[in-house]
Ligand binder design. Structure first.
Ligand SMILES: Nc1ncnc2c1ncn2[C@@H]1O[C@H](COP(=O)(O)OP(=O)(O)O)[C@@H](O)[C@H]1O
Ligand SMILES: [Mg+2]
Length: 393
């Protein structure tokens, strides 16, 4: 069994780097050989740790190593040829060259390729714990759907090389396009295969989990909820929520209105992410930089937790099964006994009330036109049945 892997993700500026570094220091202090890995190209890991962090693993302090991955070379080597081909095809069709190149390079690919480094660490036994400071969430997560697309692509495009070779002259003559070269296909195929394997590693719930970092602000929480829905859909385990920069009481009356707003946001967080543990850290009077502040942060975040590296929650809270004529959404509700269940759909939200507890679930776009038609509570979970939209005639 490889290292315990914890990935911190969330909107820019909420405290991912700080919390990731704090976690890594704690883990190292408890005697675990710990690597702090950043995939954020604009990463501030160096500032926080007070030393330069490089693309190769380098020691930081007792039991702690750091690495800032740089995906560019790897992408260039493996995706470069296919990107050039695609960009060529698009620009031949009248698209501006710059825009064509952008299109040929899916957003978020950089970061996902950065995570390939994680796969290497997951396989060798060098570290007990790997803490990952991810770049901001949205774009990358969309690529987590990639394995399915990639498998398709590998089967069709790479797997049917012979068909493709036969098609080359026809494509050229009839469609006026040049099919990608075998070298381009091989490079892209290797990259996709690596990414598929990475996604399999990320789905190993025994040792891999994500933690969503947010500040108690409406917009930030909403984005985190969207991320959470995607993580659940793609089968990635989220084991904790970290709410950072909560105003402590000591800030005084001047901040009363802010504190009230934060309190509301904290209630929303509890309802949206239950039963996940919600860890909190106060807004400190200074920036989180250097070992002392990191340890102070860790002290607060992990106050009520057995160990910062424990898997703090073991199952995926929401699962969605989409059938042809019905969809099921399964919600873990361990606190529910067997009381009344009420369901209400408000826009893209499903509000579930069970035994006086409220859970709000952000529905994935695929389900937004469906209507909840029933609910059943069994084995600590609520299964909501949805009917598809009536066919429009
Ligand atoms: N609990 C906190 N109290 C005060 N400042 C904080 C706290 N957490 C983070 N910061 C500061 O907020 C800024 C952004 O934090 P950072 O960890 O770099 O966020 P991210 O990695 O999500 O962009 C940094 O200047 C950091 O020192
Ligand atoms: Mg950061």
């Amino acid at each position: 069994m490889g290292p315990r892997i914890i990935l911190y993700t969330g909107k820019g500026g909420v405290g991912k780097t700080s919390v990731a570094a704090a976690t890594a220091r704690r883990a190292a202090a408890s005697g675990k050989r710990t690597l702090l890995l950043s995939t954020d190209p604009a990463g501030s890991l160096g500032d926080v740790l007070g030393r330069t962090v490089s693309p190769t693993v380098a020691p930081v302090s007792e039991g702690l190593w750091a690495q800032q991955v740089e995906a560019r070379d790897e992408i260039e080597r493996q995706w470069g040829a296919i990107r050039d081909w695609l960009a060529g095809v698009l620009s031949d069709r009248g698209m501006e060259r710059i825009r064509a190149e952008e299109l040929a390079m899916p957003p978020g690919l950089h970061e996902l390729v950065g995570l390939l480094e994680l796969r290497r660490h997951a396989e060798d036994g060098q570290f007990d714990v790997v803490v990952v400071d991810c770049a901001a969430s949205g774009e990358t997560l969309r690529l987590l759907a990639l394995p399915d697309a990639a498998r398709w692509w590998l089967d069709r495009a790479v797997g049917t090389r012979r068909t493709l070779d036969a098609a080359r002259p026809i494509a050229r003559a009839a469609l006026d396009i040049t099919l990608p070269s075998n070298r381009a296909l091989d490079g892209a195929g290797d990259l996709l295969r690596d990414l598929v394997a990475l996604c399999d590693v990320l789905r190993d719930h025994e040792r891999v989990s994500l933690r969503l970092v947010m500040t108690p602000e409406r917009m930030v929480v909403d984005e985190a909820r969207r991320t959470f829905t995607y993580l659940n859909l793609y089968g990635l385990l989220t084991d904790a929520i970290v709410v950072n920069r909560v105003f402590p009481e000591e800030v005084g009356a001047y901040f009363d209105a802010w504190r009230a707003r934060q309190a509301q946001a904290l209630t929303d967080v509890t309802e949206a992410f239950a039963p996940l543990p919600v860890l909190r850290a106060p807004y400190f009077e200074e920036e989180v930089r250097g070992p002392e502040m990191l340890d102070r942060l860790a002290e607060q975040v992990f106050r009520d937790v057995s160990a910062p590296t424990a898997v703090l929650h073991e199952e995926i809270g929401e699962r969605l099964e989409l059938g042809d004529d019905v969809a099921h959404l399964r919600l873990a509700l361990p606190f529910a006994e067997k009381g009344d269940v009420t369901l209400r759909q408000v826009g893209e939200e499903l509000v579930v009330r069970v035994d006086g507890h409220t859970r709000t679930v952000l529905l994935p776009p695929a389900l937004q036109d469906y209507r909840p038609s029933g609910a059943a509570l069994a084995d600590g979970a609520l299964t909501v049945t949805f009917d598809p939209p009536a066919p429009t005639t």
